[in-house]
Ligand binder design. Structure first.
Ligand code: BG6
Length: 472
């Protein structure tokens, strides 16, 4: 059964600061990720990463061998505008022309993301980055330049990566000045500024290239009720409102999900909005939604008197080490789903969740969907020049089958761009947590030779692409 359309964009993904390296080369300014990652102990920083900046030609040749039809990458704002604003840096501008041209010549559709966690550090120093409303205007200045500069070669623009995860893990994903670290409202303020920035970039794409499409890449986990207790069903609905629809309603309706906004208002967490903001969001309705799907979540009704608690993380890569689950008093409590196995980082493995998400999102908004991340972070081992990552093959093959089922029921899915094309700097565990089809020979503290080595999953994915999803 050939469910995948002929022109389906089999691809893979990365982001600038996680692969490029050359953090201060050819005029690039520091981004907040260069700074945030320097502060992490036990992991590599972003200064060399996978050295893609110097090896992009070799990397594109490998992509061609793999058979990729599309490649999702991000443009580093601080490579284009080292100070965040002002005049563009010619060498930085040239790098992305070279990369895009190399992709196009090799028959690979370039899918750029305008923003992937890497606000120029100069703007953090100037007005606290996304916390300051000036960030919206400066992002527009950046996006306007980039869209005009590369737009004739681009069909699909991704605006902002994972607003939901930026809110959930606001301190890891942003360089937050000390005076704000206890101010939880700030994350929703950051998100509001991003909503305006994202809407403006959709408007700009439509203005300059009416045939191109634009949308956000959202970290998306469907949420199930832990039990069939009606209160748990309500909790799951509430969690879906605050963790998912709070973003997607803005992208497709131009206003915030009412239940989620009311909850934030009642708890002094709501973003401050200005007159006219909703009109901007309404003018910048997305053409599609790209989702980054790794896992589903479960929710139950919180106990009376439960205290607010934000999402915990597992930073050790040992199952069960997660530091806790989010609780929103009187609204929902996130919990482990006993029906699902997890990765070593406690992320629930749930291919059906992807099918569920695709069907749910399509029936709500009737817009095409892309998958711009999906994959398994693992402690890959290089043994005798090979990486036997059967767990990755199993994970992806189950998820691709789930996408096929959703397509079979009428959901228009444009692409599958799993995370990641090549090993890169994991946001939580550096090079101890790998995702790529291509192994990079380095560790967190030893750069070795940064050689590219094809994993077993590389050969498997090659055949998946070759058979247009028939041979999983
Ligand atoms: C997504 C991000 O949240 O998940 C990526 O867009 C990230 O940048 C990926 O690398 C996996 O997360 P982690 O923490 O395992 O690297």
């Amino acid at each position: 059964m050939a469910v995948f359309p002929k022109n389906f964009l089999w691809g893979a993904s990365t982001s600038a600061y996680q692969v490029e390296g050359a953090a201060l080369e050819d005029g690039k300014g520091l981004s907040q990720q260069d700074v945030v990652n320097k502060g992490k102990t036990g992991f590599a920083d972003a200064s060399v990463a996978s050295d893609h900046y110097h090896r992009y030609k070799e990397d594109v040749q490998l992509m061609k061998k793999l058979g990729l039809k599309s490649y999702r990458f991000s443009i580093a704002w601080s490579r284009i505008f080292p100070e965040g604003v002002g005049e563009p840096n010619p060498k930085g501008v040239e790098f992305y022309h070279n990369l895009i041209d190399e992709l196009v010549v090799n028959g690979i559709e370039p899918i750029p993301t305008l923003y992937h966690y890497d606000m120029p550090e100069a703007l953090v120093e100037k007005y606290d980055g996304w916390i300051g409303r000036q960030s919206v205007d400066d992002y527009v200045h950046y996006a306007d330049f980039v869209i005009r500069e590369y737009g004739s070669k681009i069909k699909y623009w991704l605006t902002i990566n994972e607003q939901s995860i930026i809110v959930q893990y606001w301190k890891q994903k942003n360089h937050i000045p000390d005076r704000y670290v206890n101010d939880e409202q700030i994350k929703y303020q950051i998100n509001h500024h991003m909503n305006l920035a994202q809407a403006y970039s959709v408007i700009l794409v439509h203005k300059y290239f009416p045939d191109a499409m634009a949308g956000a890449a959202l970290g998306y986990s469907p949420i199930y009720a832990l039990t069939s207790e009606p209160k748990d069903a309500l909790a799951a609905q509430n969690a879906n409102n605050l963790r998912n629809l709070f973003y997607t309603d803005v992208y497709f309706k131009g206003f915030y999900n009412e239940s989620a906004l009311k909850y934030l208002q009642d708890n002094n967490l709501a973003p401050r909005m200005e007159l006219g903001d909703e009109a901007i969001m309404k003018a910048g309705i997305s053409d599609f939604l790209a989702i980054n799907y790794y896992n589903s979540d479960a929710a139950k009704w919180p106990e009376t008197g439960a205290k607010r608690r934000w999402s915990g993380v597992n930073l050790s890569g040992k199952k069960g080490d997660i530091s806790g689950y989010e609780t929103q008093p009187g609204y929902y409590e996130i919990c482990r789903n006993p029906n699902l196995d997890t990765t070593d980082w406690d992320w629930a493995i749930d291919p059906s969740g992807l099918e569920y998400a695709l069907e749910d999102l399509y029936s709500r908004y009737n817009k095409p969907l892309m998958i711009t991340e999906n994959g398994i972070g693992a402690h890959d081992e290089l043994v005798d020049g090979k990486v036997h990552d059967q767990y990755r093959i199993d994970y992806m093959s189950d998820h691709i089958a789930a996408i096929g089922r959703a397509i079979g029921r009428g959901v228009p899915v444009i692409s599958y761009n799993p995370w990641s094309y090549i090993d890169l700097l994991s946001t939580s565990n550096g090079y101890q947590k790998r995702y790529g089809f291509v192994y990079v020979d380095r560790t967190d503290d030893d750069l070795k030779n940064l050689a590219r080595i094809k994993k077993d999953s590389f050969y498997w994915y090659q055949e998946v692409i070759n058979s247009n999803g028939e041979n999983l």
